[in-house]
Design a protein around this ligand. Structure first.
Ligand code: GDP
Length: 322
């Protein structure tokens, strides 16, 4: 269950809440479904599995941003299953494709839960413009609703506007926020934030971090330093990387650069509502071995959903009329 990837203890969800989560994901993938993935439905309207069908399927996955390596791996597995007689009709193949896509989204092994019961510091990392600040606001609101005592920390001291934007969100949501002047050491802000969290009884700190380009090695150094500071203060740290779905395979290049520096615990894919492709999510796990935990589906604070592979693939293949 997806919630166990986030919380150590089981969270109780009402059917209405689960329904709401599904609706968010479905809304988010509407554009992708009506273009690239919609073409899949047309492809599978044929009855026979022909060589043309295989070729078109491969081309379609690549053009939907699934990525060449991931597409070829999926195609190989499907062809092997076909060779074993598992698929007789195009409809069988469509069902097989859905299994393989769900498999591509499911990390091997059990990832450790994102949140411990004690104080956890979530470092939100990623390049500028991917939606980090907005995502922190969304997560702050989400985790507070789940009963956590949340504190925000403006660790992006490189961009003055970044800090201000976070403070505006904090005020709007009524969440405490620790900030400092531009140019301050982000490590010292995290240090202050941990102190403030302990003083207020907060158990979750969400830290906005600088998103200067990953070619600057000192950014990666800074991230490592922040993690060391958190660990020295007996709090758990986790790194969550924010990727923008509209940047397609570029997102993977960014992710590789950050993965080395921060040791990723999870991924958040934003702007899923803004892409007609959306296939990039399928290459993420193969590349990074970190689970996708949340997806952003709009600009408002509630536009975030927990990521569930089956629900996601189901929404991509759902018929428009349903
Ligand atoms: P940052 O530079 O990474 O902190 O990015 P921001 O949080 O400032 O977001 C950049 C832009 O992306 C803003 O206009 C946000 O409203 C927008 N944005 C963030 N997340 C989403 C999302 O899930 N969907 C859409 N459509 N826009 C988003």
């Amino acid at each position: 269950m997806v919630f166990q990837r986030i919380f150590r203890r089981e969270q109780k969800r009402s059917p209405e809440e689960q329904e709401e989560q599904s609706r968010r994901i479905e809304d988010g993938v509407k554009r992708a479904r009506s273009s690239f993935f919609g073409r899949l439905a047309v492809l599978f309207q044929r009855t026979q599995i022909t060589e043309d069908l295989w070729d078109e399927l491969e081309e379609l996955l690549i053009s939907a941003d699934v990525g060449v390596d991931t597409t070829l791996a999926i195609m190989d597995r499907l062809r092997a299953r076909y060779g074993r007689g598992e698929f007789r009709t195009a409809e069988d193949l469509s069902a097989g494709l859905q299994d393989e896509l769900i498999g591509a989204l499911s990390p091997a092994g059990e990832p450790r839960p994102l949140l411990d019961d004690g104080l956890t510091v979530l470092l939100i990392i990623g390049v500028n413009g991917v939606g980090k600040t907005t995502t922190i606001a969304k997560l702050g609101n989400y985790f507070r609703r789940e009963g956590r005592q949340v504190l925000l920390a403006a660790g992006d001291t490189f961009r003055a506007a970044g800090s201000e934007q976070l403070e505006v969100w904090a005020e709007r949501l009524g969440l405490p926020c620790v900030a400092s002047q531009t140019g301050a050491d982000p490590g010292s802000i995290v240090y202050d934030a941990i102190g403030a969290a302990r003083a207020r009884g907060a158990d979750l700190v969400l830290v906005d971090t600088a998103g200067r380009l990953h070619t600057k090695t000192n950014l990666m150094e800074e991230l490592r330093k922040i993690r060391r500071i958190v660990e020295r203060h007996e709090a758990e740290s986790r790194s969550l990387l924010v990727l923008d779905a509209t940047t397609g395979q570029n997102a993977i290049l960014q992710a590789r650069a950050f993965a080395g520096a921060a040791g990723l615990d999870g991924i958040i894919v934003t702007k899923l509502d803004g892409t007609a492709k959306g296939g990039v999510v399928f290459s993420i796990i193969g590349e990074l071995e970190a689970p996708i935990l949340f997806v952003g589906t709009g600009e408002k604070v509630d536009d975030i959903g927990e990521f569930d592979p089956e629900r996601f693939v189901g929404a991509l293949f759902a018929r428009e009329t349903e």
